[in-house]
Design a binder for this molecule. Structure first.
Ligand code: BG6
Length: 509
């Protein structure tokens, strides 16, 4: 069989931000490491009328931070070809086919093709249909489709898009990107769970009190107001990234660490997530939108003042919610999630909060003396996904000295800055997976479909009630409701970076 890494990439959206920030640097890293050799070519397409020369200059400029030699940059960029393309015009696909066939021959690519859809989702369906009708998909090599999010905007539109794509690509050749699945510590969740009996034996409702997943962002919507104002945090982060992480945390151990087995378990886990009734959705999910705010001497404008955002927008920039999973392992264990823009800090982390020992023997009342505080802090396993990578476990130990007071201790492990710096970026890993035809770290259709079912009811419930926005100040950890959500269950967020700033007078109460 011809080398599977001999391949033609066709990038729809070749002049775009994603291609320039992520795809070209990732392709270069693969090239430097020998994962792409002489036999590869890239066609970049978009509407703009660029020449190959200009395109190559742009590609070369996107890899400058990776310090290539001049010769390396030139050789790498020489594999790139530009084709101005209108995705709705069938005749343009003929030109694209001619170029693809020519490059196939020049670079001896044996018909292997990867199509990367990195552009506005409204064109996904039409591009894919044309790939078939204009005979761009080959008969001899493999043909794989990498597709960026959003995959639909609700279940129905996702289903229709999937039906279109299925006419051209079988499920195993569709690689729906969720870039979180390429992150080192997300991939590490399985190692922490399945390679440590102390955790896996306790990974259930007998020992775990609750699980908290936080995807906090300090940035606002930046220049993506146009997209974001139609999406909101629920669709932007919960439907995809957060539910994928939840599936990895909740799934049963797979019988083998293979694409087929892992996907089967993730799908089962997502199917066990309760689909809420409207009233349950409103009770268990709260939304927020940021108002202007000040943190540590910096001032931020409110969401409604951001570029390309409707000044009366009711789009949520924050979500906190409680998922429940109706199966034997998780019944009774809330999975709290929260994500938002303009929060106190950028931080993605998971806190697994274990149940405490049934009796605090250090504080039981002796003779007739009542005991004031019997609670012990829970053991918490934290998985730090970004910006630092690692994990920690909190324990209670004895305070040094006379008497017997317990004291809270933390065992910590972090990947060194050097390790983080040198480890492959998420897109590099995912592109290599796609080159190898390994779909483990991509979302299967059934996962996407189930995630939409879960999220659609929340969206629908919200759409029937006018939100009282804005309701949290930029720089804080979201609206009051996000804290009350846990308080009413007798819990609290383990990670509260806003307190740190408040204690030091850097954030107002
Ligand atoms: C994207 C969202 O999927 O993920 C963005 O569309 C968000 O709104 C981004 O900012 C966060 O990704 P990361 O890798 O920076 O945490």
């Amino acid at each position: 069989m011809a080398n599977e890494k001999n391949v033609l990439f066709t990038i729809f959206g070749g002049t775009g931000d994603l291609a320039q920030r992520k795809l070209y640097p990732s392709l270069f890293r693969l090239y430097k490491k020998g994962n792409l050799g002489k036999h590869f070519a890239v066609i970049g397409t978009a509407r703009r009328p660029w020449s190959d020369e200009h395109y190559r200059e742009v590609v070369a400029s996107t890899i400058q931070s990776l310090n290539p030699t001049e010769e390396e940059a030139k050789e790498f960029a020489s594999h790139f070809y530009y084709q101005s393309h209108d995705v709705n015009d069938s005749t343009h696909y003929n030109t694209l086919k001619d170029l693809a066939d020519r490059l196939d021959e020049t670079y001896q690519l044996a018909g292997n093709r990867i199509y990367y859809l990195a552009m506005s989702p409204e064109f996904f369906g039409t591009i894919v249909s044309h790939l078939k009708s204009q005979h761009i998909v080959t008969e001899n090599g493999y043909n794989r489709l990498i597709i960026e999010k959003p995959f639909g905007s609700d279940y129905q539109s996702a289903f229709e898009l999937n039906e279109k794509i299925r006419q051209v690509f079988p499920e195993q050749d569709i690689f729906r990107i969720d870039h979180y699945l390429g992150k080192e510590m997300i991939q590490n969740i399985s190692a922490i769970r399945f390679a440590n009996n102390i955790f896996e034996s306790q990974w259930n409702n007998r020992y775990i009190d609750n699980i908290q997943i936080t995807f906090g962002e300090a940035l606002g919507v930046e220049d993506r107001g146009g997209y974001y104002d139609h999406s909101g945090a629920l669709k932007d982060m919960v439907q995809n990234h957060i539910l994928q992480v939840l599936a990895l945390l909740a799934m049963e151990p797979p019988v083998a660490f293979s694409e087929k087995e892992i996907r089967a378990e993730k799908i089962k886990a997502l199917k066990a997530v309760r689909i809420y009734e409207k009233s349950e959705a409103l009770k268990n999910f709260i939304r927020g939108q940021y108002a202007p705010g000040e943190l540590d001497g910096n001032t931020f404008k409110g969401y409604r003042e951001e570029d390309k955002v409707d000044p009366e927008s009711t789009t949520e920039t924050f979500v906190a919610g409680k998922f429940v999973i109706d199966n034997f392992r998780w019944s009774g264990v809330p999975f709290y999630v929260r994500t938002g823009k303009r929060l106190t800090e950028k931080g993605t982390r998971i806190n697994i909060v274990f149940k405490q020992v049934p009796v605090n023997v250090f504080k039981t009342s002796v003779e007739d003396e009542p005991c004031e505080d019997r609670t012990l802090p829970p053991n918490v396993l934290t998985i730090y996904i970004q910006p630092t990578e690692g994990f920690s476990l909190t324990l209670n130990g004895k305070e040094v000295g006379q008497g017997f007071n317990t004291e809270f201790r933390r065992l910590e492990y972090r990947n060194s800055a050097e390790m983080v710096e040198n480890s492959p970026e998420a897109y590099e890993k995912l592109l290599l997976d796609a080159l190898k035809g390994d779909g483990t770290n991509f979302s299967h259709w059934e996962e996407v479909a189930q995630s939409w079912h879960i999220v659609d009811v929340i969206r629908k419930a919200w759409d029937q009630v006018e939100p009282d926005f804005p309701n949290y100040k930029a720089g804080t950890m979201g609206p009051e409701g996000a804290f009350e959500l846990l308080e009413k269950d007798g819990f609290e967020w383990i990670w509260q970076p806003d307190d740190w700033y408040r204690d030091r007078g850097k954030l107002e109460d």
